[in-house]
Write a protein that binds this ligand. Structure first.
Ligand SMILES: Cc1cc2nc3c(=O)[nH]c(=O)nc-3n(C[C@H](O)[C@H](O)[C@H](O)COP(=O)(O)OP(=O)(O)OC[C@H]3O[C@@H](n4cnc5c(N)ncnc54)[C@H](O)[C@@H]3O)c2cc1C
Length: 449
């Protein structure tokens, strides 16, 4: 019998990708479904996120998954030309301190996002021994004399320090990675349904769960399923409650809204190459990530990433401005209309301060940037600070709910600020849980107890 994955963000797609790889027969016979409530995919966090990937910036509970996932990103990109198709590139990483403001406020582990400081606080201390900023970089006009990227405007009294290197960090263009996953899933026969809201379960003659009912355009459809996987990002608790009405169990995940902008800059018009890393005679493209603490130039902790898009053109993604009070809309379609004009302006001001044209002798940058995309989306933040990847215990589903012996309800959510990095690993371990195989990473601390 079929498997229904609720949610077609990067987590749901990665699960469908790995599950259809492990069970091609199920995919080919149209028994793997991805069901999403939005009218189209990628209107959510996975379509607007930065694509920063880290190997070992995680807390012990998710460290094994983090490393697995980092390696899977690298392998997938190497096997399927990810550099060209979804902008996969190793990343140099810097932290910027201005006037040393905010440095004393550095938060460790999962606290950094909630306390409004920089992600740089979770970088492993081994990074202190990283090579200098310029090591190996192609010294053309895209890179400053010290090797830092020329698209980043030098900040008065600012100190740019290398935080980690290309061995441990990389970047992707997440929307393009998702699009690639969608294409592969479709080719294998995975069924993708948009505009469908899961409403309840239905039962078979023996009183066991036989699938879920979904509503599309005012009609109710039954989707037979042995396994139900909830991977609806910040909406997952709501989806769980809407299906298992009687359950007292609550998935401990809340939304955190974040703004982002993608721009093109006249100071970044061609890929930055690392001439020291030749793969088959071709220099490797590298990306840059710069993490900043709050400073006199911006009130929040911006993250600026240069990356390649699939058309081969470099672009700059900037985010870091959050809105903790913002309520989750009913569907991802509702997110764009929630954008606050003042916050969008604050975001743009910070972006211009970080990447605008610098005029000699003053600290005022000119906005000569071309906007490609602006976004507001919701991260799924778990109470523990690390993801929940688990089968839901039968007694948490509510009274009179019995699954088939070889089926179950599963959850993969709560990836917070790390869902892109942890996506491929999450997809693989969830697919392994679905087929009853030992997961490739230690996810014992990510289980629902
Ligand atoms: C500004 C910002 C920057 C980020 N940068 C990074 C980064 O650099 N690196 C990194 O690793 N992570 C980053 N993240 C985090 C990352 O984007 C998320 O962790 C990840 O995208 C979550 O993926 P998801 O598939 O769980 O959720 P989502 O992408 O939110 O997808 C959930 C899907 O579920 C669907 N859905 C909702 N309700 C239902 C329903 N009732 N039934 C069916 N489907 C439903 C939605 O329509 C959506 O398609 C960032 C996040 C933000 C906000």
């Amino acid at each position: 019998m079929a498997t229904v994955i609720l949610g077609g963000g990067i987590i749901g797609l990665s699960i469908a990708y790995h599950f259809s790889e492990l069970k091609p027969d199920l995919a080919a016979s149209h028994q793997i479904h991805v069901v999403d409530s939005a009218s189209e995919l990628l209107l959510s966090a996975s379509g607007y996120a930065g694509g920063f990937l880290a190997k070992d910036w995680f807390s012990p509970a998710s460290a094994s998954l983090g490393e697995l996932s980092f390696n899977l990103h690298k392998e997938l990109a190497a096997t399927h030309d990810g550099a060209r198709k979804w902008g996969y590139a190793p990343s140099k990483v810097y932290s910027l301190a201005i006037d040393s403001r905010g440095m004393g406020k550095q938060a460790k582990d999962e606290d950094w996002l909630q306390s409004g400081t920089s992600r740089s606080g979770v970088a492993p201390s081994s990074a202190d021994g990283a090579t200098g900023p310029g090591a190996g970089a192609d010294r053309h006009e895209m890179v400053n004399d010290d090797g830092s990227p020329a698209w980043f405007t030098r900040q008065r009294n600012g100190t740019l320090e290398v935080l980690d290197d290309e061995g441990n960090c990389a970047q992707v263009e997440p929307r393009q990675l998702c699009q690639w996953l969608i294409e592969r899933c479709k080719e294998r026969g995975v069924q993708i349904h948009t505009g469908c809201v899961a409403c309840s379960i239905f039962k078979n003659a023996e009183g066991k769960v036989a699938g879920i009912k979904v509503r599309k355009d005012m009609e109710i459809y039954e989707k037979h399923a042995k396994n139900i996987v909830l991977a609806a990002g910040a909406w997952t608790p709501k989806v769980f409650q809407s299906i298992f009405h009687d359950s007292k169990f609550r998935i401990p995940v809340t939304p955190l809204a974040g703004y982002s902008i993608v721009v093109r800059s006249p100071r970044l018009t061609k890929p930055i190459l690392d001439l020291s890393q030749h793969s088959g005679g071709t220099p490797v493209g590298i990306s840059h990530a710069i993490y900043c603490n709050p400073s006199p130039n911006w009130a929040f902790a911006p993250e600026a990433f240069s990356r390649l898009s699939a058309d081969g053109k470099p672009e700059i993604w900037i985010g870091g401005l959050n809105d903790p009070g913002l309520q989750l809309p009913d569907t991802a379609n509702g997110a764009a209309s929630l954008r606050d004009k003042n916050k969008s302006e604050e975001m743009r001001k910070a972006m211009v301060a970080m990447t605008g044209l610098s005029r000699q002798g003053d600290n005022l940058q000119v906005d000569d940037l071309e906007t490609k995309r602006e976004g507001l989306c919701f991260r799924p933040i778990s109470r523990s600070g690390y993801p929940i990847i688990s089968k839901v215990p039968a007694n948490a589903l509510g009274k009179d709910i019995e699954m088939e012996e070889d089926g179950g309800v599963f959850v993969a959510t709560g990836h917070g600020p790390w869902g892109i990095s942890l996506s491929l690993g999450t997809g693989l371990v969830m697919a392994e849980l679905l087929i009853g195989r030992k997961p490739s990473a230690d996810i014992s601390r990510l289980a629902i107890r």
